[in-house]
Design a protein around this ligand. Sequence first.
Ligand code: NAD
Length: 337
Amino acid sequence: STFSTPVTVSLIEGDGIGVEITESVKRIFAKAGAPIIWEDCDVGPIIKNNNTAIPDKAVASIKKNKVALKGPLATPIGKGHRSLNLTLRQTFGLFANLRPAASIQGYDFLYKDIDFVVVRENTEGEYFGVEHQINDDNVVSIKLITSKASEKVIKFAIDQAAKIDRKKVVVVTQETVQPKTDGLFKKTGESLASYNKDIEIEFELLETYIYNSVKDPKKYHDYVVVAPNLYGDIITDLNSGLAVGSLGMTPSANIGTDVSIFEAVHGSAPDIAGKDLANPSAMLFAGCMLLEHVGLGEYSEKIKKAALATIAEGIKTGDLKGKSSNTEYTNAIIAKL
Ligand code: NAD
């Protein structure tokens, strides 16, 4: 790790429940003794040259610290506003989205003992965002795939597999239907066969992968799954639904070459904001991914263990069919630490 302790982290509290769950994370990290200094960061949004932009001060903070923990941001409603999340991804070149989804003891969902790890390409594909209106009844969308972005994200998936001790990477595409775009993604994967001789690279059609992941999800315990942007987006949400069943539990990491931003997958939950009902776990586990990223995995283990044990004992928030408030759940974790 290139980070020296204490690690300064840019903290974007976010909107809605962001305020409450950020407070929980800060309290739990402090009790665990994690050597983190939080640097509060207001990301705006501001409008610059007719585009959504992030204030210079926030950009400077994140560039300097190289790591940020981010609460949910409400997308401003109205024409001409690009989503701030997309803006962050583009501003910092966050090329890979890493999303684990594992079953939780004490909250059985559709399946037990599921443990998916998926890496989604985060910058191109259909999300490149170019669509054309030919006329009222005919439209086209442009999907961009480059060997450069494909190589970066597949290499990241292989590195991740090595790091978390999985033996295989499966590259998921629909190259039968999209031989040029998905074909290039797959070919790039094939060219990386000897990138790490300890990790085997396999290939699966999207339709086969989806079928297998629902029919026999444990098959993927040995794998890191990597896919182009849109497929990755769908696969990660499917996995969260299969394994976890609450948005309040799922973290993700947006990885760039220089900067990485860790966040909860859920939004600002305006329906429960300010009521002390939010589950802070997704943001807490995003913080844990950050700890692992900066070489402080021991604190991550300690915090995750305390949170999961608290849930297993039945102290859990409403999204997990529990009766505890955010504060009660947070206090119980702190008591364990
Ligand atoms: P949402 O994720 O905010 O809420 C969906 C449902 O899940 C709601 O019923 C909410 O109460 C519940 N929920 C979400 N997080 C929870 C938690 N931690 N604990 C308990 N329950 C939780 O999705 P939405 O309502 O469609 O979006 C609200 C706003 O958030 C929008 O402005 C949207 O653009 C934004 N958003 C931001 C992000 C992000 O910053 N990464 C992601 C998704 C949505």
